[in-house]
Design a protein around this ligand. Structure first.
Ligand SMILES: [Zn+2]
Length: 337
């Protein structure tokens, strides 16, 4: 019997050491220590042993039981600590395909814009998504009776005058508050408006705005930067034109259009046969805005511009519904490398 006990101990310990998961360890515990286990079965025969043999067998069976128990505990701890040394690894198995991720098409556009503008010397600035009326409207020359302030258009928070920023121009204000010229920043980021989602509107969207304030900055600099941007984004053949427009924050203001990349300005379905696509707005910073920021408008001038990365992405890829960007349909998203 002593021999059998030693044999059980040796086999049990070997099997436990080779176990690769906790389920098989539990099976081994039942196999050896369970009520119908090998050790228990053997101990039932203790009574048949001689008076000399019985105490020896009893003592050894206890030792074996403890040894197996100890080995089980150690192995469980090792397995849960990630010790998989005993796992046999089959190097001939084919590799598992790693799921490839892609950047969201809107983020791809933002990345490209950031690259284009940082090449011209702009740095990226950021600001809070929750703003107050001052930074979102007053400082941007948007008077109290301006329709944009209406709750129909702006998402106000319960703590008036806090709101979700409706444009990234707020970052320009915050930068001018604490930086003296020269200032040359772009501010990409999310904006919010109280819009019902349709093919052209979505309550959450992105903007990328730029600001350059320095001595002697003129409309010609603005046009040069916009042309550089349009060619960087849509191709070297692209041309731009600026049409008079109104924005509260700039004077004069212009709407920027670029030749349609799909037809090079000849007119096609993408550009509704006009050959031009509206890309964004721009203008010379209103001197009043500079003075409000304690920047001497006699000495400094500047320009600002803003684009919608969603709009630009739609133009580039011929996407007709902005909601596609936010439906998280992988069949749509996977098309953008
Ligand atoms: Zn076209």
């Amino acid at each position: 019997m002593l021999e059998t006990l030693e044999k059980i101990r040796a086999t049990a310990i070997k099997e436990i050491a080779a176990a690769t998961d906790t389920e098989s360890l539990e099976l081994l515990r039942v196999e050896y220590l369970g009520r119908k286990g090998q050790l228990t079965q053997l101990l039932r025969q203790l009574g048949t042993l001689s008076a000399e043999e019985r105490p020896l067998a009893g003592k050894l069976s206890n030792e074996v039981k403890n040894a197996i128990q100890r080995e089980l505990t150690t192995r469980i701890a090792a397995l849960s600590a990630g010790d998989q040394r005993k796992v046999e690894f089959d190097y001939t198995l084919p590799g598992r395909r790693v799921g490839t991720t892609r950047r969201h098409p809107v983020n791809q556009t933002i990345d490209e814009l950031v690259e284009i503008f940082t090449d011209i010397g702009f740095t990226v600035a950021e600001g809070p998504l929750i703003e107050d009326e001052y930074h979102n409207f007053d400082a941007l020359n948007t008077p109290a009776d301006h329709p944009a302030r209406d709750e129909k258009d702006t998402l106000y928070l319960r703590d008036y005058p806090l709101l979700l920023r409706t444009e990234t121009s707020t970052v320009q204000i915050r930068t001018m508050e604490h930086t003296k010229p020269p200032i040359r920043i772009i501010a990409p980021g999310r904006c919010y408006r109280n819009d019902t989602a349709d093919a052209r509107h979505y309550p959450v969207f992105h903007q990328i705005e730029g600001l350059w304030v320095d001595e002697g900055i003129s409309f010609a600099h603005l046009k040069g930067v916009l042309l550089e941007f349009a060619r960087g984004l849509l191709g070297k053949e692209t041309n731009i034109r600026l049409r008079p427009h109104f924005f509260p924050f700039t004077e004069p203001s212009a709407e920027m259009e670029a030749t349609c990349p799909a037809c090079n300005g000849a007119g096609c379905r993408v550009c509704s046969n006009v050959g031009w696509l509206e890309l964004g707005g721009a203008g010379m910073v209103d001197p009043q805005v500079l003075d409000d920021m304690n920047i001497d408008s006699e000495k400094y001038t500047g320009f600002a511009f803003g684009f919608g990365p969603e709009r630009l992405t739609m133009v580039r890829h011929g996407i007709t519904d902005i909601r596609n960007f936010y439906n998280n349909d992988l069949r749509f998203l996977r098309q953008f490398q």
